[in-house]
Design a protein around this ligand. Structure first.
Ligand code: ZN
Length: 508
């Protein structure tokens, strides 16, 4: 608790931020509605509503008044002398700079070219025609380079860091590479070892038909046990699942159901539930709008979702508890299978060409592949025309095989077509943070594994609240990780976790 008296410029700043966040929550609600219940006929009006609000939000985020309030607070030694307020101001400054450093004509050019490039990408992927997309990719790379130049290279860093900073504040590409390189080499060797010496587990327990209503009821029971507050949140259905924690007391989760593979919805729900628990744990009741009530970074957000999805949800302990519950909801569909069968079936590691179809282990290799190429593009070591060869060569190194065409290679993902460069590494950072935190959790939460067998997750959630959620953006991700685990982020915990889980599933 801080005891300093708040001067008027700080009160005004906080009031401005809270109003902006409230406006953001209206945009969030419109976006959620669009992805869940909006009739198709509402699309045009929704686009108009969203773009009007986005314009107002941008004006507020870049206003001179906001700039003056930030400067007044930064010049106030009493405020900057308080560590919590200093962290708050550091992040407010960062957001303001991100919002104001890009000239309007560049923003417009990015939006226009992005939507045209996306159309071109769609066709090029359908026809497996990289040449048709190449000029658009070149354009989007040029725009990304110009955007990075506007942000400016952070001290001791490189152009890529400027783009990465939007998603993972303070992270450096070189530091990520230092973790990714050994992780990639050892993961590749691990996956080859499984393929050469292991017996893949049967996925038959997952190929059972379960009606959507039963899956939904099961998902809600799991969410309730995780500690997700359904009086302050909802679970709905959508095409591309997401979590939106837009206001105090209102966090929306979405998932999707496939009759013939219930684990898609289960793990989707647990994943978004992990994001949702983080959102519900942020101190929004008192600090909504302040960085002290915002998530640290995409990497830390993803660490929360991956932890519940993978470290909890794919464990034997989870299935000891969850199998009888699934049996109750699924009316005997899983009768032929044991807890061990379930656990093995959800712990596979098999190379695939397509990232979104990858398992917990190989997914990270897909991320590393993209990270390496994006970074080389930003440095100017690669150009658009080099991408297919660079992709296939690196794929061969990581997976021991080459994509048969560009459709299943460098053309598979939409992101580059709208200039989204710099955020892929946050997925693997999430897995790395989750693994490193998990080892500390097992040390610090007594009997967690036996509690998980009884569906008791309250102590785990209390630990996450206390160590991570309650701080908002007070600390940077790497700093918080080191504070909690005593070590900088490294590859070993994730490798240990994957080996411990997946080897037994392959009979090794
Ligand atoms: Zn996620």
């Amino acid at each position: 608790m801080t005891t300093i008296t708040r001067p008027k410029h700080h009160d005004d700043l906080i009031a401005h931020l809270r109003e902006s966040a409230t406006l953001g929550s209206v945009c969030g609600l419109l976006g959620w509605d669009q992805e869940t219940y909006m009739p198709d006929g509402g699309a045009d009006a929704r686009a108009e509503q969203s773009s009007l609000l986005a314009g107002i939000a941008h004006e507020r985020a870049t206003s001179e008044r906001l700039g003056a309030l930030i400067a007044a607070c930064e010049g106030d030694a009493e405020l900057t002398g308080d560590p919590e307020t200093a962290a708050e101001l550091r992040e407010v400054r960062r957001s303001y700079d991100l919002a104001t450093k890009l000239p309007g004509d560049l923003v417009r050019e990015m939006a226009e070219s992005g939507s045209k490039a996306q159309q071109a990408w769609k066709k090029a992927r359908e026809n497996d025609d990289f040449k048709a997309f190449e000029p658009w990719l070149a354009k989007m790379i040029d725009l990304a380079r110009r955007k990075a130049a506007c942000y400016g290279t952070p001290e001791g860093g490189e152009a890529y860091d400027a783009l990465l900073d939007e998603y993972e504040p303070g992270a450096k590409a070189a530091e990520i590479e230092a973790v990714f390189t050994p992780l990639g080499a050892r993961l590749s060797a691990f996956i080859k070892d499984l393929a050469d010496h292991g017996t893949p587990p049967s996925d038959a327990p997952l190929n059972v038909k379960v009606p959507e209503a039963a899956q939904h009821a099961f998902g809600l029971e799991v969410l309730g046990a995780m500690g997700f507050d359904l009086d302050a949140g909802r679970l709905d259905t959508t095409a591309h699942p997401f979590c939106s924690g837009f206001a105090p007391g209102d966090t929306r989760l979405t998932t999707r159901y496939r009759d013939e593979r219930f684990t898609d919805a289960l793990y989707g729900t647990m994943h978004e539930g992990g994001h949702g628990l983080y959102e519900q744990g942020l101190p929004k009741d008192t600090k909504f709008g302040s960085p002290l009530a915002s998530s640290i970074s995409l990497g830390i957000h993803e660490s929360q979702s991956r932890m519940w999805e993978n470290f909890v949800g794919r464990s034997r302990q989870f299935w000891v508890w969850a199998k009888p519950i699934a049996d109750r909801h699924f009316e005997g569909a899983l009768d032929a299978w044991s807890v061990d069968d379930m656990t093995k079936a959800v712990n596979t590691a098999k190379p695939s060409f397509i990232r979104v179809e990858a398992d917990e282990a190989t997914y990270n290799l897909h991320v590393m592949l993209r990270f390496g190429i994006e970074r080389a593009l930003l440095r100017g070591d690669l150009e658009a025309s080099d991408v297919p060869n660079a992709w296939n060569g690196r794929f061969e190194e990581l997976f021991g095989t080459t994509p048969p065409d560009n459709r299943r290679g460098c053309l598979q993902d939409v992101h580059w077509s709208f200039g989204l460069i710099g955020y892929f590494p946050t997925y693997t950072l999430g897995n790395l943070y989750a693994a490193q935190l998990w080892e500390t959790i097992l040390d610090e939460v007594p009997d967690l594994e036996s509690k998980m067998e009884r569906g008791e997750f309250a102590d785990l959630l209390a630990w996450l609240r206390d160590k991570i959620h309650t701080h908002g953006m007070r600390y940077r991700a790497g700093e918080l990780c080191e504070m909690i685990t005593g070590k900088p982020l490294g590859p070993d915990p994730l490798l240990r976790h994957l080996e411990r889980r997946i080897r037994p599933a392959y009979g090794l």
